[in-house]
Structure formats: structure tokens, C-alpha cells
Design a protein around this ligand. Structure first.
Ligand SMILES: [Zn+2]
Length: 253
């Protein structure tokens, strides 16, 4: 177990006083390795909260550059960062919040072998990307490496979040549910997004990551939570495993 000095005990005191986290839970957070893919609208709050929470090693991947229109919702970045790599902007901000953790910026469109090797190094993968092709690829790498995947998406006034125990025989994967949904590949660049909706979903991803690491509460495993900000309603749905899923299904016939 990782020992904490007085500064760390003070920094994380609001976690440590919670019976569900406590000293041992905070030690688990400090020992955890999380890979966040995407430093945009979802990735900003997820990365900042996980850094503040003391997740000991956070790799953050993005290949994009900060643009003016990102600042409406991607709160890790600021006006001084326009034209700079999102991943440096986000990791600098994380480091200013918590200099005691290890932050690995990956200025890279993770795919293929690189994606596979980064997923293999992580305990939990957080999908904060905004396109279906990348999401399918991340899911595949998580199933192959048997990693837990915390996935969210947001568009207009709506968002959704789910957690997959990828590679576990009974758990569905992202592909089980979305495999045939080619038409959901919509991005907020074409459809718009209400700024704090991504904040809510990205923050919820951070909450689920903490619950998974500490192993507490009722996790979103095998469920999807749908959020409608206009009606201010949440809806929860079970995600069945698809036995014929080409990614996680039983391929023996
Ligand atoms: Zn599947």
C-alpha cells in the first residue's frame, strides 16, 4: 500500500473521511492507472476531477489543437492555449491542480498497436472521444486486454454513460449495444451541444472510475444511463450481452 505524508492526508481528507473511500480507498486511487482518451468536452472534467482526486497515474491522449470554438465547453483549456496541443493544455492544467501524481500526455491519435499497448498498461479506460469508429476501436482493445471501459457521449441537450467489464464472459461490450447503430455517429460540431451537458457526463465518468477503483457502490456495469437536460430526467436501461457480438461474443459458432 502507498503511504501518504501529511500533505497528502490533508489534500485528500474529504475523501478519506468518507466510509466508502477511507484511507485504503485513497491508497487504491493513488495506486491506480487510468487512460483517458480525448481531452475535449468529456475529457476535460474527467481528467481534471481524476487528477484532483489523486488517481496516481493518468495517461491522457489527444491529437487535436485547441480552437476558439472548443472553449465553450472544453474547460481544461483557455484562451492562451489556442493553437496549442489539447493534450499539453489539459495535462498542464492537471499538473497545476495536483503536482504529486504522474501525468502522461500522449499527443497521438491512439490506434492500432499503440492503442493496444496503452490500454494494456491501464487499469481502467475512459472513452471521451466523439466518433463511433474510434469508440469501436477502443472497445475492441478493451475486450482484448480485459479492461474496464467507462464510456460516455453527449449531443445537443442529451447524454449517456455506461460501464463495461470488457472481456468478462457475462458482460456486454460497447459493440453489443451499438454495433448496428451506424446512424448514431453524430458529432457536436454538426449538431451542437449545451456546454454543461458534457460537464455532467464527463464528471459522471470520473465518479464511475473512482467507484471502480475503490470498489464501492452500485456501478453502471451492464447498464446505460440516459440524460435529458431539457426535461431534466435520467433513465436507466439494462444492456444485454449479444451472444453473436463479433467483438465479445462466443465465436465457436
Ligand atoms: Zn460485445
Amino acid at each position: 500500500m502507498i503511504s501518504m505524508d501529511n500533505e497528502e492526508l490533508s489534500r485528500y481528507s474529504r475523501h478519506i473521511m468518507l466510509p466508502e473511500i477511507g484511507l485504503s480507498g485513497q491508497q487504491k486511487l493513488l495506486a491506480a492507472k487510468v487512460l483517458i482518451i480525448g481531452a475535449g468536452g468529456l475529457g476535460s472534467p474527467a481528467a481534471l476531477y481524476l487528477a484532483a482526486s489523486g488517481v496516481g497515474e493518468i495517461s491522457i491522449a489527444d491529437f487535436d489543437i485547441v480552437e476558439l470554438n472548443n472553449l465553450q465547453r472544453q474547460i481544461a483549456h483557455d484562451e492562451d492555449q489556442i493553437g496549442h496541443a489539447k493534450v499539453s493544455s489539459c495535462s498542464n492544467r492537471m499538473g497545476k491542480i495536483n503536482s504529486a501524481i504522474h501525468i502522461k500526455p500522449l499527443n497521438n491519435n491512439l490506434s492500432g498497436e499503440q492503442l493496444d499497448s496503452q490500454v494494456a498498461l491501464a487499469d481502467i479506460v475512459v472513452d471521451c472521444t466523439d466518433n463511433l469508429t474510434t469508440r469501436f476501436e477502443i472497445n475492441k482493445a478493451c475486450v482484448k486486454n480485459k479492461k474496464r471501459l467507462v464510456s460516455a457521449a453527449a449531443i445537443r441537450w442529451e447524454g449517456q454513460i455506461s460501464v463495461y467489464e470488457c472481456g468478462s464472459p457475462d458482460s456486454p461490450c460497447y459493440h453489443c449495444f451499438y454495433g448496428n447503430s451506424v446512424d448514431i455517429d453524430q458529432s457536436c460540431s454538426q449538431n451542437g451541444i449545451v456546454s454543461p451537458v458534457v460537464g455532467v457526463l464527463g464528471s459522471m465518468q470520473a465518479i464511475e472510475v473512482i467507484k471502480l477503483i475503490v470498489d464501492t457502490g452500485d456501478k453502471l456495469m451492464g447498464r446505460v444511463l440516459l440524460f435529458d437536460a431539457l426535461s431534466m430526467q435520467w433513465e436507466s436501461m439494462q444492456l444485454p450481452k449479444n451472444p453473436a457480438c463479433p467483438v465479445c461474443g462466443n465465436k465457436k459458432d
